[in-house]
Write a protein that binds this ligand. Structure first.
Ligand code: ADP
Ligand code: MG
Length: 705
């Protein structure tokens, strides 16, 4: 028998087929259960009345009672609107509606007494109420007004047909007594106690119609916790299952290659963070389970070296490694730095990219298959089916967010026993997001830069002070330093409109700099997305060798490029870059011993978000702090980009505001699984049942998330 909460919504008293259709289509509410989970997004006090004279604060909603005058339909077509005046003893205020006019007009009677609720907006020196809720005073039920009245989200269309916030509230009110007893409990008594003792049924009721602020708070906390808790429990359970089911290669010992490198070839001491992370990884790779680890570390924190040490451990245990980079330039750079590190050691490193010539590719693939290549570095070219390893044991993926899950899977399929996977990212991800997104991975963090790095001085300059900036660049160049000048990415433009404005910007910039820093004393290079890979490579190489003083570039240099002598990063139109991009760009300098600078150029007019981004960059160099600001500005979905939409939809909780609760939820979930891995103990039965439903992914009423 279907659960009462699965009853189609039209069977609720006051709904019927037409409104049922509306609820389904407009608000996604198809069942009793769906309506129950359509929680209010805030509560307002509807027992208090204000006067018209008090409606002068845009941040304070008001409830007014008065007489309606001058109901008018004005304007044409798109500008068509319904206006009226509400008059009380203290004055009159204009009400205006742009939508739902057909439905509204007949209920607005001049001379009638009405109750109006809305937020004042200042419009041409007068406050008005746009789209207020309105109801004839005759039908206003004084007794039903609540100090904490729920406000529900709705759509214009639904609102115009009686399903405004109040209308929805009435339906919920009708529903609650019928289903109150049927709301299943999903947490055990122990957890409920921890969360303030409120059962799920009670919490749901209190969230809609709270008795008082205290109960509302407890209910909100309990339900948010629950939402986050089950996400974490699911992720941790998945991890547990993976470990039980998927065998991993055991890299049991550390041998000759690692030791020879570590003791005789390592040009510097590892930072403590690097040591800790290598230890974590070694433990994983020796455990008999497949490693799935995310390595986070700011630009320049020395992730490549950590990866190399791990690949040497693989080699010591008879396995090959692959290292994947997102771009040709980066793959080459990794290849070169690994080769340099390994000079004089019997370790074979090879490079495979789209640009590898056919003959070389053939011999390389043969050697790879024969096990004669120990470390293969490359781009997406490594994913191709013809790339066959003899015994692949470790896959390192640099700059994770550019590779999708499918590509990760493709690499894993290249060995009978799935290889260990180390994903490295230089874009710090806020802890809360990492926990939610990569909750089934282990996470290591390198939170320390190698010694001797000087902080990068970051400043914000307006376009109007360009001359002073150029003079400064001149003085740095004359000291023998090199300079990046970065422009926003060139966008594709269609042939009919000619070259994109961005291309013109970067070309203009190049010409201006070439005039300011003329040959033969100076040299200016340029790299942008419309050039062929060979041209780009050529220009990058010239800059790396110090043959050019200034490199004008679009964001192709964003990731990982290493030129220690470059000490100034100028970002043009900095307001058009996201925070993580700016952070990445800044990470290009400050790699040598000299003082380094990052100059963010913008126009005079800056929006609020742009200003926050620029100020954040000027204030801090901490990638994690920057990523937290980014998360606050953009929200989790945008932050990770659409291809990474593995972020679960949250109905109540918020990854920014509820960060602490999230950490608690994860800790509790972790403790629970440690104490009772199969959730077999009787007191955990409700949790086990809810989790099972979630993991099976069917239509589950127990689900909040
Ligand atoms: P990431 O990939 O994390 O941005 P890299 O691995 O490119 O950083 O390292 C940045 C630079 O720091 C490289 O030149 C590297 O050789 C150097 N480096 C790495 N670890 C250390 C260390 N422990 N001490 C000094 N220099 C280091
Ligand atoms: Mg790197």
């Amino acid at each position: 028998m279907p659960h009462v909460l699965e009853t189609p919504i039209e069977y609720l008293k006051g709904v019927g087929p037409q409104r049922g259709e509306l609820l389904r289509k407009e608000l996604g509410i198809a069942t009793f259960g769906d309506l129950l989970l359509h929680f209010p997004f805030r509560h307002v006090d509807r027992t208090q009345f204000n006067t018209v004279a008090e409606a002068v604060d845009e941040s304070m909603p008001v409830q007014l009672r008065g007489t309606l005058k001058q109901v008018r339909m004005v304007g044409e077509k798109q500008a068509r609107r319904l206006t009226a005046k509400l008059v009380d003893a203290t004055g009159s205020i204009e009400l205006v509606w742009f939508r739902g006019l057909r439905w509204l007009q007949p209920i607005l009677k001049e001379g009638g007494e009405y109750i109006v609720y809305g937020k004042p907006t200042l419009f041409r020196d007068h406050f008005n109420l746009a789209h207020p809720e309105i109801e004839p005073a005759a039908t206003w039920d004084e007794g039903a007004a609540m100090p904490l009245q729920p406000v529900y989200s709705t759509t214009e269309k639904a609102a115009a047909r009686g399903l405004n916030s109040r209308g929805i509230g009435k339906l919920v009110q009708a529903l609650l007594p019928q289903v109150r007893q049927a709301i299943p409990e999903t947490l055990g008594s122990e957890l409920i106690g921890l969360l303030g003792g409120m059962g799920r049924g009670e919490a749901v009721v209190e969230l809609h119609f709270p008795r008082d602020a205290k109960h509302l708070e407890t209910a909100t906390r309990r339900l948010k916790f629950e939402e986050l808790f089950f996400i974490q429990l699911r992720l941790l359970k998945q991890k547990q299952l993976m470990q039980e089911q998927v065998q991993g290669n055991v890299f049991g010992h550390v041998g000759m290659h690692f030791n020879a490198f570590y003791n005789e070839h390592l040009p510097f001491e590892l930072t403590n963070a690097q040591k800790r992370v290598v230890k974590e990884i070694r433990k994983d790779m020796g455990s008999g389970h497949q490693m799935n680890r995310l390595l986070q570390g700011d630009v320049g924190s020395g992730k490549t070296l950590v990866a190399l040490l791990c690949m040497l451990i693989a080699l010591d245990n008879g396995f090959q490694s692959a290292m994947l980079a997102p771009t040709e330039v980066l793959a080459q750079q990794h290849y070169r730095s690994l080769s340099r590190f390994l000079e004089g050691l019997p370790v074979v490193v090879r490079l495979l990219t789209g640009a590898t010539r056919a003959a070389e590719r053939r011999s390389l693939l043969k050697a790879l298959h024969a096990g004669e290549v120990h470390i293969l570095v490359g781009t997406h070219a490594l994913l191709e089916d013809r790339v066959v390893f003899q015994r692949l044991g470790l896959v390192v993926i640099d700059e994770q967010h550019r590779f999708g899950v499918a590509q990760r899977a493709k690499m894993q399929a290249k060995a009978a026993v799935p290889p260990h996977v180390l994903v490295m990212t230089a874009t710090p991800i806020p802890r809360t997001l990492a926990m939610t997104l990569y909750g089934d991975l282990d996470v290591s963090v390198i939170d320390e830069l190698p010694p001797g790095r000087k902080p990068i001085r970051t400043v914000h300059r307006y376009d109007s002070s360009r001359i002073a900036v150029l003079d400064f660049l001149g003085s740095e160049i004359n000291k023998g330093r090199q300079v990046y000048v970065v422009y926003p990415l060139i966008e594709e433009s269609d042939a009919s409109t000619g070259p994109a404005r961005d291309l013109k910007d970067v070309m203009d910039g190049f010409e201006a700099l070439s005039r300011r820093f003329p040959l033969p004393k100076y040299a200016v290079g340029i790299v942008h997305g419309r050039m062929t890979p060979e041209q780009k490579e050529f220009e990058m190489a010239r800059f790396k060798k110090g043959e050019t003083d200034v490199l004008v570039a679009t964001t192709v240099i964003e990731v990982g490029v290493d030129v220690p002598n470059a000490s100034v990063m100028v970002v043009e139109n900095a307001e058009r870059f996201g925070l993580s991009q700016l952070h990445q760009l800044r990470g290009r300098v400050g790699r040598g011993a000299e003082h380094s600078y990052c100059i963010l150029m913008t126009g005079d007019k800056l929006g609020n978000d742009s200003r926050t981004r620029i100020n954040t960059m000027v204030r801090t160099q901490d990638g994690f702090e920057i990523s937290e600001v980014d998360l606050r500005l953009r929200g989790p979905g945008d932050l990770m980009g659409t291809q990474q939409s593995g972020i679960p939809q949250l109905h109540l909780a918020d990854l920014v505001q509820d960060a602490t609760l999230l950490q608690e939820a994860r800790a509790v979930a972790q403790r629970l699984l440690t104490a009772d891995p199969e959730l077999a103990q009787p007191q955990h039965a409700p949790i086990a049942a809810a989790l099972r439903e979630q993991m099976e992914g069917g239509t589950v009423w127990g689900r909040i998330g």
